[in-house]
Design a protein. Structure first.
Length: 54
């Protein structure tokens, strides 16, 4: 994600949507733009990540 959308990552970092590790933070309600873009490119990837983190 960072390689393809560096400007998006910077904006999301400034808005607090991405943690210092670069992973999208857990969210209530709407998904972060980074999660929507990543899920569109890699279906199901966040399902595995979220399960592993919890």
């Amino acid at each position: 994600f960072e390689l393809h959308y560096p400007h998006m990552v910077e904006r999301l970092h400034s808005e607090g949507e991405i943690t210092f590790t670069g992973k999208p933070k857990a969210h209530e309600g709407a998904k972060a733009p980074s999660q929507l873009l990543t899920e569109a490119a890699i279906p199901g990837e966040h399902d595995k990540d979220n399960a592993a983190e919890q």
